[in-house]
Write a protein of this length. Structure first.
Length: 114
């Protein structure tokens, strides 16, 4: 399971989601969800999903940082689970930094399937 929390819905976030989508295409057991938090609206995620043809489900959480105990300074947080254990935890100050590590996130997702 890969949970991607983001305070912004932009092309950089789409790059991260696309990288994980590629892993998910050949591994249906992976399970991936993008959660927009703190200001991201459903319409923002809908536009992103349509314009980039993303297959990962996108949802919105209200005041997500408090509920999920996320670092408020991280614009993007990615949690990779194997079973019920978090195997990888990525936190980025902005979506551009997350996009630059999309390959590493996809690799972590792939490793969680082993």
């Amino acid at each position: 399971m890969v949970l991607i929390f983001s305070q912004k819905a932009d092309d950089n976030l789409a790059s991260v989601v696309k990288a994980v989508d590629e892993v998910q295409k050949s591994n249906a057991k992976l399970g991936t969800v993008v959660v927009g938090v703190d200001g991201v609206e459903a319409s923002d995620l809908e536009k992103l999903q349509e314009s980039h043809k993303l297959t990962t489900p996108l949802t919105v959480a209200v005041k997500g940082h408090d509920k999920y105990k996320l670092n408020k300074d991280a614009a993007v947080t990615v949690l990779v689970y194997k079973g019920r254990k978090i195997t990888d935890n990525f936190a980025f100050k902005d979506t551009k930094a997350a996009a630059e590590k999309a390959k590493d996130i996809a690799e972590a997702a792939q490793n969680a399937l082993k």
